[in-house]
Design a protein around this ligand. Structure first.
Ligand SMILES: Cc1cc2nc3c(=O)[nH]c(=O)nc-3n(C[C@H](O)[C@H](O)[C@H](O)COP(=O)(O)OP(=O)(O)OC[C@H]3O[C@@H](n4cnc5c(N)ncnc54)[C@H](O)[C@@H]3O)c2cc1C
Length: 356
């Protein structure tokens, strides 16, 4: 069965909902197709102790401030799920779940959106599928999970698979990665495991009084400077990487977060660095994510580094397609709760203009 609609938004996480909010305001005919069984996007899969790197009021989508979470300056992921659930009901957004989009194809003047539960025929598509669904793992000798030839026989998981320190109590655990995920998960494990935290360069903590608000401002200033032809400000990278949310600050101040250099290779039960061997039980790879764009493959739009070239949010090679929320290349700080509002508004306006 084919359903005809003006706009299909693919993904019902925060980016898809922000797009929906603006499409609704513009009075457009649209649906949101989301692969999850319930609201909340990636937040419903986060580890138990994850804390936002900004206070609630600075983690809001257009139209509705995130309420504070009782007793927490930096809300947890459950609070974000509640907020997103409320948001889509409040604005009566037409989200269909669970609907996974397998492919988007050109179909004359329209785009054909193929899913496991039918086909949608649209005049424009906004893709907002996030990154959580494509964990990135570096290639390190002894851990080759891509080929299935694992040499290391202990447990290996990515940030996306981590839930709680209870699973690792008393074990020798290596956490890899010097970003916010690595620091937060290392802090989570520090007091109940034999933790080794390894980073490819020394970890850079932001000053304790700086949080995600400053990251957002820095990203915006950098984009503005680049757009106006000024010198690159360095953006977020100039500030540091790790927001010292309370659990990270406590572990660091207790001397539990001391990073070691990255190991060279894994053997069946050990990590090796410079000829030194450390026996370990588990490795947690906090090594980032890549954009989940496989459903767009039939459009053959990919450029360098797996990204699709864009002008703002509009795909350079397909004006009926917008990309939202994947990172700075789809709008400054667009992969954050606060930052996605503006590119979502711009994408919705562009789509409205196209449909006129
Ligand atoms: C560990 C971590 C901590 C973060 N902390 C913060 C923070 O403190 N503050 C902040 O502002 N940001 C933070 N972010 C960044 C960002 O806010 C989140 O990654 C957020 O989940 C991105 O929202 P999204 O809507 O772009 O993607 P997602 O939340 O991933 O939502 C995408 C939705 O699309 C669906 N989908 C995917 N593929 C398909 C398909 N083919 N068909 C249909 N549906 C599909 C998914 O199931 C999902 O529901 C953090 C990110 C990570 C990874």
């Amino acid at each position: 069965m084919t359903t005809v609609v003006d706009v299909v938004v693919i993904g019902g996480g925060q980016a898809g909902l922000a797009a929906g909010y603006h499409l609704r305001r513009l009075g457009l005919d649209f649906v949101v197709l989301d692969a999850q069984t319930r609201a909340g996007g990636a937040w419903q899969h986060a580890w138990d102790s994850l804390r936002l790197f900004s206070p609630a009021a600075y983690s809001s989508l257009p139209g509705r401030l995130m309420p504070p979470q009782a007793g927490q300056e930096y809300p947890d992921a459950g609070h974000v799920v509640d907020y997103l659930t409320d948001y889509e009901h409040r604005y009566d957004l037409p989200v269909h779940r669970p609907v996974r989009v397998n492919a988007v194809r050109r179909d004359g003047t329209r785009l054909r959106v193929e899913t496991e539960s039918g086909v949608w025929s649209a005049r424009a598509v906004i893709s907002a599928t996030g990154t959580w669904w494509r964990p990135f793992l570096p290639a390190v000798p002894g851990m080759n999970v891509f080929t299935g030839m694992n040499v290391f026989t202990g447990r290996q998981l990515h940030t996306a698979g981590y839930r709680t320190p209870a699973e690792f109590a008393g074990q020798r655990v290596v956490v890899v990665g010097g970003g916010n995920s690595g620091a937060q998960i290392a802090a989570d494990l520090a007091s109940s495991t034999e933790l080794t935290w390894v980073t490819s360069r020394p970890p850079r903590f932001l000053a304790d009084d700086i949080d995600g608000r400053a990251l957002f401002d820095a990203a915006t200033a950098r984009r503005r400077a680049l757009d106006e032809g000024h010198t690159d400000t360095g953006g977020v990278a100039s500030l540091g990487d790790i927001v010292a949310v309370p659990p990270v600050r406590e572990a660091r101040d207790a001397g539990l977060l001391k990073a070691q250099p990255m190991f060279d290779r894994l053997t069946s039960d050990s990590a090796w660095s410079d000829g030194t061997r450390a026996r370990i039980d588990a490795v947690i790879w906090c090594t980032g994510f890549r954009p989940a764009l496989s459903h767009l493959a039939p459009l053959a739009l990919r450029g360098q580094r797996g990204h699709i070239p864009t002008n703002g949010t509009q795909a350079a090679g397909e004006p009926r397609l917008h990309l939202l929320g994947y990172g700075d290349w789809t709008g400054p700080a667009s992969a954050t709760l606060t930052g996605v509002g503006r590119p979502a508004r711009d994408a919705a306006r562009d789509v409205a203009a196209l449909l006129r």
